[in-house]
Ligand binder design. Structure first.
Ligand SMILES: O=C(CO)COP(=O)(O)O
Length: 226
């Protein structure tokens, strides 16, 4: 996944909102492309599996899967195979999102699988302890998101800054090559700036942009103070 060095990272998780489904997923991804082109900020999008190839065909910015299963090719009906996600245009994947929790062994297996395919791994965690555990598995990114703040509009960077700073410190001690993102309730430029000031390299977010009256304007505001 091509990301500009020393440049903040925004990953927009489309989740399963109607506002980010089907053709609206393509429109939203195109708006993200426009903001990335105008500002130079690294913006990646994570559409639903069924929308992944149509989104990847419409934009240049990195497209990620929301989940990949710990499997190899074969008889795994209904599962998501890493090779399929790659061929659909995914350059990475979220792993262990709080809305798609996994066993630790499966998290490790998916990190290995996507690394084999030169795809980027973003392991989602819920606190400092799980962030430390995830860092030991050597993903490319960890994204710490306290579940109680997800979808709340109350930004983690203001409501629980110690979760962000504690995660940054823990990862630095365990594996400084792992980059730290934070998420949950993030929606404004102040939230993003606060996250960066706490040591995060960027943010993982959803509703603050997807459910905004004008998602493109909301995204421009999000990156306006970095
Ligand atoms: O779960 C999240 C991103 O993956 C955070 O969701 P919100 O931005 O809606 O709080």
């Amino acid at each position: 996944m091509e990301l500009k060095e020393d440049t903040p990272i925004v990953i927009l998780n489309f989740k399963t909102y109607l506002e980010s489904t089907g053709e609206r997923a393509v429109e939203l991804a195109s708006a993200c492309q426009k903001v990335a082109d105008e500002t130079g900020v690294n913006i990646a999008v994570a559409p639903q599996h069924m929308d992944l190839s149509r989104v990847a065909g419409a934009v240049e910015i990195p497209v990620m899967a929301q989940h990949i299963d710990p499997i190899r090719a074969g008889g795994h009906t209904g599962s998501v195979l890493a090779e399929c996600a790659l061929e659909a245009g995914a350059r990475g994947t979220l792993i262990n999102h709080s809305e798609r929790r996994m066993l630790l062994a499966d998290v490790e297996a998916v990190i290995s699988r996507v690394r084999e395919l030169d795809m980027v791994s973003v392991v989602c965690t819920n606190n400092v302890q799980t962030t430390a555990a995830a860092a030991a598995l050597e993903p490319d990114f960890v994204a710490v998101e306290p579940p109680e703040l997800i979808g709340s509009g109350i930004p983690v960077s203001k409501a629980e800054p110690e979760v962000v700073t504690g995660s940054v410190d823990a990862v630095k001690k365990i594996n400084p090559d792992v980059k730290v993102l934070c998420g949950a309730g993030i929606s404004t430029g102040d939230d993003m700036k606060a996250a960066r000031d706490l040591g995060a390299e960027g943010v993982l977010l959803a509703s603050g942009i997807i459910l905004a009256d004008d998602p493109e304007r909301a995204l421009l505001d999000l990156v306006s103070k970095i």
